[in-house]
Design a protein around this ligand. Structure first.
Ligand SMILES: Nc1ncnc2c1ncn2[C@@H]1O[C@H](COP(=O)(O)OP(=O)(O)OP(=O)(O)O)[C@@H](O)[C@H]1O
Ligand SMILES: C[C@H](O)[C@H](O)[C@@H](O)C(=O)CO
Ligand SMILES: [Mg+2]
Length: 491
């Protein structure tokens, strides 16, 4: 019986999950979990990439000590960030986090030379100031001149493990540098940020065999024989593979540090409506497209919890939120002030004061405001998504850590008027495993993989509650319109 390992590293935590197919079900075991996060050093926010790699080897040693001598392994992480590798094959420096302030103003600077319409028509990718395109635009030019390879985070980890360098396409699409029609890095866009196309290793599809973990690591660590498969290395792409959606009218919500809400398409949708709403066409596994909107997500609550000295678990905060009256304060969760403030609690409270609303102070009130407004934002986006795609959305599959929050699952179902199917919370790791199983031939395709997921993990269903919160979503949309109108006037 083959053993598979998913290395899933999100912005807030990483984990190694061991999986096997037993009696027609997928058995999943969390073998190792570690905290992830960036450190501010000399004014920049750096990921601790060597720590992440050490933790991966720690997890692999645990698997070997379980008596498992051979595994297939896939790596998925957050998007857009990269490592610059010099001619000596070593990183020039630790990767800088997408939340670093270096890209502030970069979109306006670059799009004063290349219009947004031009870039969106080529790439179909959303305008986020942290996209690789804008990070490279602000990158140290001397460093770029010394760069032999630009490796996206999961590709860099695969390179360190095996010595083989590739660029996996689902994560490459988040750079906003892939040309939709050519299926390659766009020459003009690369040139506009002082890099050449060949500084990115060749593109590969999700499911490609990368190679074996190098012998040198077996000398240093007691680990299994490990074959690395380049899975859908953007964590959200793996999460979508691991989402057990059915039929044609389902949408996904990958709910973690970020909330990624969208639909899986067979052709990209980069028309005027999608452009106007800043929807993105990130590439999915097996020739699909992840048409989605980035929503600030549980990052906001992660920051609040950290400011409270991690005194409460997320489960405890969720329980406290259920004791607080709903919809006392509206916030635009995608307001850039929530991107990486010094104090998230003060930012939320100042926002409430500026808009003459109830000011949350207790952990339960703060959590409730965050859950209420994420649910409202999701409901509003589901209606927009349905309009852009000109098709009804009748089911929202919520996966990731956020799918554990019953309050939000139920609020979203009622506000959006759709069924919510919640789980699996580890959909990212499961999608990572499914791609490995398709490559090994143990699973035929994604449809079969999603059936296996549905049969293996308990999913929870939520239906809209009749006559509850009537008119709240309309009030929220009016609030957003008034806020955006005022901010435009303020410019
Ligand atoms: N039992 C729980 N109760 C309430 N909230 C939870 C629970 N478990 C996880 N969460 C929420 O899920 C979030 C983490 O989700 P998830 O594990 O999918 O993120 P991640 O994979 O670490 O990071 P990323 O989103 O960058 O991939 C936490 O910030 C928390 O808000
Ligand atoms: C920048 C984020 O990593 C990216 O937009 C998001 O899709 C993600 O990767 C969430 O983990
Ligand atoms: Mg994750």
């Amino acid at each position: 019986m083959k053993a598979y390992v998913a290395v899933d590293v999100g912005a807030s935590s990483g984990r190694l999950m061991l999986a096997k197919k037993v009696d027609g079900k997928l058995e999943l075991k969390e073998v190792h979990r570690f905290k992830n996060g960036f450190k501010e050093i000399n004014g920049h926010d750096y990921w601790q990439i060597d720590h992440i790699i050490d933790e991966i080897f720690t997890g692999l040693e645990k698997i070997k000590h379980m008596g498992i001598s051979q595994v297939d392994l896939g790596i998925d992480t957050w998007a857009v960030d990269y490592v610059l590798v010099g001619n000596d094959g070593q990183k020039l420096h630790d990767p800088i986090s997408y939340r670093d302030k270096r890209t502030e103003g970069a979109i306006n600077a670059l799009t004063s030379k290349l219009s947004k319409q031009y870039i969106y028509e080529k790439t179909g990718i959303q305008f986020q100031t942290f996209n690789t395109l804008y990070q490279l635009y602000t990158e140290d030019k001397d460093n770029l001149a010394k760069t032999d390879k630009i490796l996206m985070i999961p590709d860099y980890i695969g390179y360190v493990l095996t010595g083989n360098a590739v660029t996996e396409e689902t994560n490459a699409s988040t750079t906003q540098m892939l040309n939709l029609r050519q299926g390659l890095f766009d020459k003009d866009l690369a040139k506009s940020v002082n890099v050449s196309q060949d500084q990115f290793p060749h593109l590969v599809d999700a499911g490609t065999v990368l190679g074996s973990v190098s012998h040198k690591w077996h000398v240093k660590y007691d680990i299994p024989e490990t074959e690395v498969i380049t899975v859908a290395t953007h964590d959200t792409a793996s999460a979508v593979v691991g989402t057990p959606g059915k039929g044609d009218n389902w949408a996904f919500l990958s709910s973690g540090t970020w909330s990624l809400l969208g639909a899986e398409l067979n052709v990209p949708e980069n028309g005027l409506d999608a452009f106007a709403e800043n929807y993105t066409n990130e590439w999915g596994a097996y020739g699909t497209y992840r048409f989605l909107k980035n929503i600030m997500g549980l990052w906001i609550l992660q920051c609040v919890r950290h400011e409270l000295n991690d005194r409460y678990s997320f489960k405890e905060l969720a329980a406290q939120a259920t004791q607080v009256a709903p919809f006392q304060t509206f916030i635009d969760v995608n307001d850039t002030r929530f991107t990486n403030p010094k104090s998230m609690i003060q930012t939320i409270q100042n926002y409430a004061r500026e808009t003459n609303q109830f000011v949350p102070t207790t952990p339960g009130e703060l959590t409730r405001v965050i859950y209420d407004n994420l649910s409202l934002y999701y409901a509003n986006e589901i209606h927009k998504l349905s309009g852009i795609l000109s098709k009804p959305i009748d089911t929202l599959n919520i996966v990731g850590g956020g799918s554990n929050v019953e309050l939000m699952n139920q609020l979203t179902s009622t506000l959006a008027g759709v069924e919510v199917v919640a789980g699996p919370s580890e959909a990212t790791a499961i999608g990572n495993i499914i791609v490995q199983m398709i490559t090994s031939g143990e699973v035929d395709n994604v449809v079969a993989g999603r059936k296996l997921i549905e049969n293996s993990f308990g999913l929870k269903h939520y239906q809209p509650e009749a006559n509850k919160y009537v008119g709240v979503l309309d009030r929220y949309c009016d609030f957003l319109s008034s806020i955006h109108h005022e901010s435009k006037e303020a410019v």
